[in-house]
Design a protein around this ligand. Structure first.
Ligand code: PLP
Length: 382
């Protein structure tokens, strides 16, 4: 049987062995305590939470008190948008975001509109870029929050977050960025980026699913989404998922050690994959920015091919890939990101996202191109 090649790391990554080992004691006798309990079992869990919070804070240049753990990127985005708009209504009722945000921001912005707020959705250019000038032009005195993702999960375009942050320094609006896709790829520092809120998720950096964090700069009021006990400084009620948070912290520790080297290797393999696909399959269109691009992201449109047939055939050929957009009940929805950059029409054909990971090898990259070329030739005949 041919080996499977997993090229969907933007969707999720496997938990590292070391992360799983770090989590295990907190699922068992001795480590299962509730961090709010005063006894030794509880205090051991509390110390583990504190250690994870310290490493996540350090990883983005934040303070310990500025990290709020939660159930992942989606919740962090919801908490940022809904929480800031509701708590700061008196500052103004206008929100700025972009048309190519992850659904966790986009659909939340639409929900925020139903609460009586106004939202502006900035259009990206053909390469998926949103500029600081666009943000500056959209600002109003009533703008309370600007939310622009750090890098796009479909086409991989990396936004000029520090430039947008610089524009917002002279405005009262808060700045949120969804950094789920960049956290494992680049050094992030909240002060250099000029952000007030930052979304992080564990399962894209080889940690467990269902856990993430929202950085909220000290002094910003935010209305909790979940009410109950006083956990997470009264910002997110509910007994903490200690084992998952410990796993998240351990994944961050390893990410910090290996990130620069992994990013360099993945960028080389990404460029090799892009070059080989262009060479073997003429007529393909690269989506996203040629250089301001996530290290592991390759995204092509294949004119005259059907997206679903391409993905299913590739899966049968042993390659796990993605169209980069939601695939529900067997049918692939048109991507709002491709629609916004103008490559979602019928003539652009099938979209294919291949995202590399820390264990992806050159041999796998070359083998993927061989399998892809065979699939494309067969589908073109059909
Ligand atoms: N934001 C971006 C940019 C993402 O890529 C994802 C994951 O697909 C999310 C948010 C959601 O994160 P989570 O799966 O942790 O809820």
């Amino acid at each position: 049987m041919q080996s499977r090649i997993y090229l969907d790391h933007a969707a999720t990554t496997p938990i590292r062995t070391e992360v799983k080992a770090a989590m295990e004691p907190f699922l068992e006798r001795g480590g299962f305590g509730n961090p709010s309990s005063l006894h030794s079992e509880g205090q051991r869990a509390k110390r583990a939470l504190d250690e994870a919070r310290a490493i996540v804070a350090e990883s983005i240049g934040a303070e310990f008190s500025e990290i709020n753990f939660n159930s992942g990127g989606t919740e962090a985005d919801n908490a940022a948008l809904v929480g800031v708009m509701l708590a700061n209504r008196r500052r103004g009722e206008h929100l700025i975001t972009s048309q190519i945000e992850h659904e966790a921001v986009l659909h939340t912005a639409q929900f925020v509109e139903t609460l009586g707020f106004e939202a502006t959705y900035l259009a990206p250019n053909a390469q998926g870029l949103v500029t600081a000038e666009q943000v500056a032009a959209a600002l109003k005195p009533a703008t309370t929050l600007v939310s622009i993702m750090h890098a796009n999960n479909e086409i991989g375009t990396v936004q000029p977050i520090a430039k947008i942050g610089a524009v917002l320094r002279d405005h009262s609006a808060y700045f949120h960025s969804d950094a789920v896709q960049t956290y494992g790829a680049y050094p992030l520092n909240v002060h250099e980026l000029g952000v007030d809120l930052l979304t992080l998720s564990s399962h894209k950096i080889y940690g467990p699913k269902g856990v993430g964090a929202l950085y909220v700069r000290d002094g910003i009021s935010i209305e909790p989404l979940i009410h109950g006990g006083g956990q997470e400084r009264e910002r997110r009620a509910g007994t903490e998922n200690v084992a998952a948070i410990v796993g998240f912290g351990e994944a961050v520790r390893w990410m910090l050690r290996e990130r620069d080297e992994t990013t360099a290797r993945m960028s080389r393999l990404r460029d090799l994959l892009i070059g080989l696909i262009r060479e073997r399959i003429p007529g393909v269109i690269l989506n996203g920015h040629p250089t301001l691009r996530l290290p592991g992201n390759v995204h092509f449109s294949f004119p005259n091919l059907d997206a679903e047939s391409l993905l299913v055939s590739l899966d049968l050929a042993g390659v796990a890939a993605s169209s980069g957009s939601a695939c529900t009940s067997g049918s692939i929805e048109p991507s709002h990101v491709l629609a916004a950059i103008g490559t979602a029409s019928e003539e652009h054909g099938a979209a294919l996202r291949l995202t590399l990971g820390r264990e992806t090898t050159e041999e796998e990259v070359r083998e993927t191109v061989e399998r892809l070329a065979r699939v494309v030739i067969r589908l073109a005949r059909v």
